[in-house]
Structure formats: structure tokens, C-alpha cells
Design a protein around this ligand. Sequence first.
Ligand code: FES
Length: 146
Amino acid sequence: MDMTSENAELSAIVERYRDAEGGLLPALRDIQNTFGHISDAAKRQCAEVFNLSRAEVHGVASFYHDFRDQPTGKPVIRLCRAEACQARGGEALAAEAENMASGRVMIEPVYCLGLCSVGPNAMVGEQVHARLGKSDIARLIDEAAA
Ligand code: FES
């Protein structure tokens, strides 16, 4: 994505949430999902549109685990580490996933994806994957790393 289309996309995302109550958080989430990180330019634009100080935007962005300042340079699989998924084998699966990923993709924790009864669950981009076993997570890792 070149700079111009990146700026246009950033503006489009922020504008989408301009009039929404509490629009900052979904805007940041959307920016994170689209670009893989939240740049200074994005924070500046959010501050302007939501009429906040840059410190306030930075405060919100740094409060959440899954928001990052820099791109990872690697695909990210977010594996649910919250209680219900843990009880369904999520902890062991996370350990397996770390081994299988061996630096090819980032395995990051996320705390509940809202599908607790069908865990362990993971999210890749916008897509949630449920009922994960060892072979499923291996496939997700291989696909993400490809
Ligand atoms: S605990 Fe994993 S989806 Fe809710």
C-alpha cells in the first residue's frame, strides 16, 4: 500500500467513527486490523477528529495489549487465553502453537473472543477460528506463514 492510499484509507476509517459515541476505540481497532499497527500519524488524526489530545489517544492505544506502535513484520495469530478457552485446553494449545510457529508467525494472547462455548479459539485478521485442536492450529500457522 503506498503512502497516498494508506492516508486515504486511514482517513476513511477515522471518518467512519467520527460521529459514533466512543468512536475512538473502534477506530483504533479498525486501524490496527487494517495496518497491523497504529502509527503516530494515525494517533494524530484520531486526536483531531475525536477532539482529544494526543496524550489521551496515546493513553487509550497503549492500554490495550493488541494495539501496537510498530508493525510486527510477521503475521499474527491471536490465541484466546481467557478462562473458558483455557479450561478447554487453550493453555496446552498455546504452548504447542509457540513451538510450531518457531518465529514464523507471532502467537499473541487475546482475552475472550466471545465464543467461549466452542473454544479454544483464535483470531487471524478479522476471522475467528473455533474448536481448535493441534492440527487446526498447525494449519493456521502454516497458512499465515505462507
Ligand atoms: S474464553 Fe476464549 S472465547 Fe471466551
